[in-house]
Design a protein around this ligand. Structure first.
Ligand SMILES: C[S@@+](CC[C@H](N)C(=O)[O-])C[C@H]1O[C@@H](n2cnc3c(N)ncnc32)[C@H](O)[C@@H]1O
Length: 250
């Protein structure tokens, strides 16, 4: 009898943003395959499990992906609880589809446990809603990134159609993002917020406009999510982040 592979969302990084189900599965797991973005504090919850790093920062190398698929299947034939731990939510920019499809073709059981995606954790840090009555009724989660050999991303059309935009994996392409959006008609004074390492101790937040985006993104460092839209106009003007009280136990 084979085990089950659980694709588990690790959230943005802070261990107390894991779901209870994720924490329980980690505690019970026999083996955990985790991404590069998952911090050690979360991995320690998998106290009895063998831990295997399979990190590809952006999950874009298909050979590596095939290797991961096979390792997950092999592990499920050997263990009862196999956790595939992915940053944020597994079903957003996480290549979950390939893993689920492969495991199903192998006749193996797969379940998904959702996690807090970066854009939602970023919104919580800002204390600003992605939507706002009369201002923003649509949100796009986009990435300009596409893997080698894949069709180019159609992120621009989605970003132009939405009122609020969350750009994943865009930090290294900031100048190209500005020219693409401006060329498509987005105003250069559109408010922008850049958040690095959301929910982690070194979280950094920078405010500005679309024109200023290349100067707002940090150089090397943690993961970065870019938010833009009119919902941020007042906060960008004030450049204020709400103070955090922390959780009652912290
Ligand atoms: C491969 S994608 C995975 C996204 C993930 N599945 C999610 O739902 O957040 C990695 C990208 O997510 C964003 N990201 C993930 N964690 C983040 C964090 N703690 N702070 C800021 N951005 C983050 C960054 O844009 C990063 O390059």
């Amino acid at each position: 009898m084979s085990g089950t592979v659980y694709l588990v969302g690790a959230g943005p990084g802070a261990a107390d943003l894991l779901t209870l189900r994720a924490a329980k599965l980690l505690a019970e797991a026999d083996i955990v395959f985790h991404d590069a973005l998952v911090p050690p504090e979360i991995l320690t919850l998998a106290a009895r499990a063998e831990r295997v790093a399979v990190g590809k920062r952006c999950g874009r190398h298909s050979t590596a992906q095939r290797f991961i698929n096979k390792r997950l299947a092999d592990a499920a034939r050997e263990h009862r609880i196999v956790v595939r731990l992915k940053g944020g939510d597994p079903l957003l920019f996480g290549r979950a589809k390939e893993e689920i499809a492969y495991l199903r073709t192998q006749g193996l059981r797969v379940e998904v446990v959702p996690g807090v995606t970066a854009a939602l954790a970023a919104s919580a840090s800002l204390g600003t809603s992605l939507t706002e009555r009369g201002v923003a009724r649509s949100v796009a989660f986009v990435t300009p990134r596409a893997g080698t050999g894949e069709a180019p991303s159609r992120w621009l059309a989605a970003a132009m159609a939405a009122d609020t935009v969350a750009i994943y994996m865009g930090a290294h392409d900031a100048p190209a993002i500005v020219s693409a959006l401006a060329g498509a008609g987005k105003r250069l004074d559109t408010p922008v917020v850049v958040l690095e390492g959301v929910s982690l101790p070194g979280e950094r937040i920078a405010f500005g406009t679309l024109a200023e985006l290349p100067d707002l993104v940090p150089g090397a460092g943690g993961p970065v999510v870019i938010l833009l839209g009119e919902v941020y106009r007042q906060q960008v003007a004030l450049s204020v982040v709400p103070a955090k009280a922390g959780t009652p136990s912290s």
